[in-house]
Ligand binder design. Structure first.
Ligand code: ADP
Length: 473
């Protein structure tokens, strides 16, 4: 744990395992309520000086952190693969994405402008200024365990906030490396504090109830997000939430089904399908199902599964046993209700796979609305193809979910592209594009996928309060 600039080993500790091998990777401090309160003490004490530092000073710290992260990309990526499982190349891509948030918000720090407004009274002036909200509580997930840190720390630090962050219990080691790097870049003691914990609940309870924490930022499941938002609401804290998703991927009849299948194969198995923007329902017109599925299956069968540190691996292990069980239950449910399993469809546990938590990349066709996978987020390497017919309103089908994070559309028709972009009830729409994300772009959902945006011009606003001054002349 890092509290007030001091690294603490903690009285209790817990170990972290490599999901590809089951081997222990390290031990970290097991923090709870008392450590969280101590971290808030430090963040509250550090806040006035950090908030009063100039935007240029804060930007310089973030720029140094960006440089260090890019310099250390290789070693950070290696640890990321060992702790989280994603293939090394994907880990390097994520580390660069993480660094990009530091650089982007270093720039944005210098663009927190105020306003002078006209007043209806000739003898009055209005001044508007944006100022940091104060101490921020941050809770991050294991699926993108480095970029989700900087997506919160970057804007918080740029705005002049101080932070207490709790990383996911599966991936604290990469968080420790990021905090060391930020310290080295010159973030003062107490400005960032890290509380690692095996049980997230006591930490979360303090973060949502201590009155000194002015804002909670959370990325994780919708169920936990709702609990935290309710508690934060009871204490009138600002919140931003990045929650689950159930992305539709619509292939319109005018699109090339083979090209769309290539996109689906590439995006669906990224991070072993453990992404909140991963396509969960692939809507393909019945007349195009055959060429689409043929290409998809061909590509899925070529995906090499294994330890992400090895050359050429495309799909690593899932994060833990519970993840494997959930994915398998969805696949069983679909097959029992009539889906066709055209690739994979089972846990991999022979030979080198035995000690890890691997699931074969899977293609299911003939998905219908009564199947669990049609509604429940999968978070695993399963491509679920839903046929639709002439006359079906595929946009309405796509919108028929409680989630609203990402959606994907394949079409060559400008009108269809724009109509879909406008009519889909999701925060992020990829149009013939499987990677509609970047540090410069606002990321976030609507409906039960969350509140607020991260990255982009919007990202820093989540960490700023607007203050009005009225001046009588
Ligand atoms: P996932 O299904 O992706 O594991 P979770 O919502 O369980 O999603 O986890 C996301 C983050 O939320 C992790 O850091 C986890 O430790 C934390 N978390 C889970 N449950 C709670 C809780 N009750 N209070 C506070 N944080 C929690």
């Amino acid at each position: 744990m890092l509290i007030n600039g001091q690294w603490l080993a903690g009285e209790r500790r817990f170990s972290v395992a490599n999901p590809a091998t089951g081997e222990p990777l390290g031990e970290v401090a097991d923090g709870a309520a008392a450590e969280t309160t101590a971290a808030i003490d430090a963040a509250a004490a550090a806040f006035p000086a950090w908030a009063a530092s100039s935007a240029f000073e804060r930007a310089a710290v973030l720029e140094r952190a960006y440089t260090l992260m890019v310099e250390r990309k290789g070693e950070l990526a290696r640890l990321l693969t060992q702790e989280q499982g994603k293939p090394l190349r994907a880990a390097a891509v994520e580390t660069q994405y993480a660094a990009d948030f530091l650089s982007w918000f270093a720039e944005q720090a210098k663009r927190v402008y105020g306003d002078i407004l006209p007043s209806p009274r000739a003898d009055q002036r209005f001044l508007v200024r944006r100022q940091p909200v104060g101490v921020v509580g941050a809770i991050t997930p294991w699926n993108y365990p480095i970029s989700m840190l900087t997506r919160k720390l970057g804007p918080a630090l740029a705005a002049g906030c101080t932070v207490v962050l709790k990383p996911a219990e599966a991936t604290p080691l990469i968080a420790i490396e990021v905090f060391k790097l930020l310290q080295e870049a010159g973030v003062p003691d107490g400005v960032i504090n890290l509380v690692t914990a095996r049980d997230p609940r006591p930490v979360g309870e303090v973060l949502v109830s201590d009155p000194r924490v002015r804002k909670l930022t959370f990325t994780g499941s919708t169920a936990v997000g709702k609990q935290l938002a309710a508690a934060a609401g009871a204490n009138m804290k600002r919140i931003s939430l990045e929650l689950g998703g159930h992305a539709p991927f619509i292939v319109f009849p005018d699109a090339d089904p083979v090209h769309a299948a290539k996109g689906a194969a590439a995006v669906k198995f990224l991070n072993m399908g453990q992404a909140c923007i991963s396509p969960n329902r692939l809507y393909v017109h019945r007349a195009q199902v055959e060429p689409f599925v043929a290409e998809l299956v061909k590509r899925v069968e070529r995906l090499a599964v294994g330890n992400g540190l090895e050359q050429g691996i495309a799909v690593g292990p899932l994060i833990n046993e519970a993840a494997v069980a959930k994915v398998d239950a969805q696949v069983r449910d679909a097959v029992n209700k009539g889906a066709q399993c055209l690739a994979g469809g089972r846990r991999l546990d022979e030979g080198d796979f035995a000690a890890g938590t691997f699931y074969a990349p899977t293609v299911l066709a003939g998905i219908t609305r009564d199947m669990t996978i049609y509604r429940e987020e999968t978070f695993g390497p399963v491509a679920a193809v839903v046929p639709y017919d002439d006359g079906d309103d595929v946009i309405a089908m796509a919108n028929d979910t409680t989630y609203g994070l990402a959606a994907y559309v394949y079409t060559n028709d400008l009108k269809t592209a724009l109509r879909s972009f406008e009519a889909l009830d999701f925060g992020i729409i990829g149009i013939n594009d499987i990677n509609p994300t970047a540090a410069a772009a606002p990321f976030g959902g609507i409906k039960e996928s969350g509140i607020g945006r991260e990255g982009g011009r919007e990202g820093i606003e989540e960490y700023l309060d607007v203050k009005l001054g009225g001046i009588a002349l």
